[in-house]
Design a protein around this ligand. Sequence first.
Ligand SMILES: *Cc1c(COP(=O)(O)O)cnc(C)c1O
Length: 414
Amino acid sequence: MSETPLSETPLSETPLSIRAEALDARDTEDGLGKLRDRFSLPPGLVYLDGNSLGALPAAVPGRVADVVAREWGELLIRSWDESGWWTAPERIGDRIAPLVGAAPGRIVVGDSTSVNLFKALVGAARLAAATTDGGRDELLVDATTFPTDGYIAASAARMTGLKVVPVEPAAVPAALGPRTAAVLLNHVDYRTGRLHDLPGLTAAIRAAGALSVWDLCHSAGALPVDLEEHGVDLAVGCTYKYLNGGPGSPAYLYVAGRHQAGFDSPLPGWNSHADPFAMTPGYVPADGARRGRVGTPDILSMLALEAALDVWEGVSVADVRRKSLALTDFFLECVEAYVPGGKVETVTPAAHAERGSQVSLRTENASAVMRELIARGVVGDFRAPDVLRFGFTPLYVGFADAERAARTLGHIYG
Ligand SMILES: *Cc1c(COP(=O)(O)O)cnc(C)c1O
């Protein structure tokens, strides 16, 4: 990225750029705009890829340096107690909880999303087998899912004797029945940016006597989730997208309070034992969120994430959602104004109720177009075969970024 020419040509004023400036000024005055200073972003770069890798919160490098030099270098093994390393997975889970509407004590942080999906799906299959009358042998899986979810679901189903039934999210209510054990859904479609109806689908799944497992990778930190309010059974999500935890930062697992005592993890490592330091041969699971742990947590990544979460202090998810919709609306308006007709097709739903925090545009030669955008200082990403993705992270993306991205895209076609 070092050779990317940033702001090499200042763009001239247009009615849209003047509006963008006014919107940003108001947002800095009384909205989320002031949070942009809490991130380290290269000057002049328009970064619309926070749905893949969130930007670096400015406080993280200092915190990581302290963890390495003092907590590891000087305190050494004492840090497991004295620096709070041992309790970090649940402590940080409780920091994520308000962002997804979870009660305290329900979320554990650790491992990747893929691994947590495995725990959640096998856990859901075992809960379904233990709590229902039997005969439930189907695992409905979002047919449009991010690939890892589908691969893991196939293996989890094979291990637990379930049959995978691929279903489009909107078709889930019609596919539910007395054979459904559990349903795995993505809250936001990673490719199109479509937001699925978590409250309605969760209610339908529950009414059918099945368990819901939601993947929140593209919604946590971008829009309200409200896990408790809607009665979600299990959920997973990653922290390196809208939560800005850093590359490969640990993911999280949510298990509803009513299921915690019955949750039977398929990866019962010693960290999830009721008394791990007794080092006994017999496994006794810990109570609560800690049951979702596996082995020794990845402390450096975990504590980088904890420092990254400080930017959320005092931030309301409702405000994030409001700004996210305003940004994607404005970006779509700018694309309409700047991009010659017929060059791009919007695949993200126009209806707010169906839109996540990204805009996906279908175009010819999408991969080459995205390379050119990046060369001109506008970073989004490309998803095969023909999609340009632009993620809008309300904590550090502004209206001028949206305007410049759309105008640059227009120049590429112009
Ligand atoms: C990003 C993403 C993942 C990532 O999984 P990892 O195990 O972190 O690689 C999984 N599911 C969805 C829906 C995602 O968007």
